[in-house]
Design a protein around this ligand. Sequence first.
Ligand SMILES: [Zn+2]
Ligand SMILES: [Zn+2]
Length: 295
Amino acid sequence: MHSDDQIFVRLMEAKLADIRTTDMLPEELVALVERVLPIQIEARGAARVTLPDRSSCASDEAMFAGSPMVLREHFPHDQAQALSLFPILLEVLAGTGGAASSAADTLRSAIASGELDPAQALRALSAGDDELFAAWRQRLPESPRALNFLATSALWPGLNAAALALAKRLPENLPHERGHCPLCGSLPYITFLREKEGLRFGACSFCGHEHRIRRICCPYCDESDTAKLKLFRVAEYPGVSVGVCETCNMYVKTLDFRQLDKGLLPALDDMASVALDVLAQSQGYKRPTLSAWGF
Ligand SMILES: [Zn+2]
Ligand SMILES: [Zn+2]
């Protein structure tokens, strides 16, 4: 494993230990992430992605006007790797016990009988087409996001490898008036502040790219009128605030890296602060994006 990846795994272990002490999430879910994340990090290092020609990407001019570099359905990824990760992740899911295990059994049978085609699920996820996933959420009420989890987690290593490479092509001083990802156009699942001056970034819910956004704005509808935006914090979660938007009725959590002593790992910090999601949702606000693993 690459030394950066080892640092990552140590940070992951520290964060998971914190998540376990809060008792907010079922142990099966924490254990699932603990097994899946190292698989994904290793796969990202091994992913083979073919980047599109610059001529088939948005021009600098179009990107300055707000177009993403590549549309989500054309975003490069490693399809062969994602297909080979699918059964591996399915076995990990099967090993977690409880409802997730029986959901994994049902999905495995559906794949064996030809009823479910993993390649089709991966294509639907890339295209942002929820129909197939919605059908499986209905069929697996005890573990509704099992297929979302498999497809999202299998696709992520290749997508993120591509995002890391494509980010090097982004023009400098790209404006950041809009909340969406400049590489793929998807919405962030969480935002965070870093560096002394507290620059704000969004973590893309599709490709994982971390992109600058305005400090005061709703990343979902781009509202920036402070009369429409409210911020709240909870003493038990220092370093995390929840921004709610009266215009689109969405909320987003913002992590303040400067107050988080262990370093930032947005996907896990999102999990660790799930109590704040419960609170925001109890006030009627919604979250338009899922966790980094699709649940
Ligand atoms: Zn993206
Ligand atoms: Zn909004």
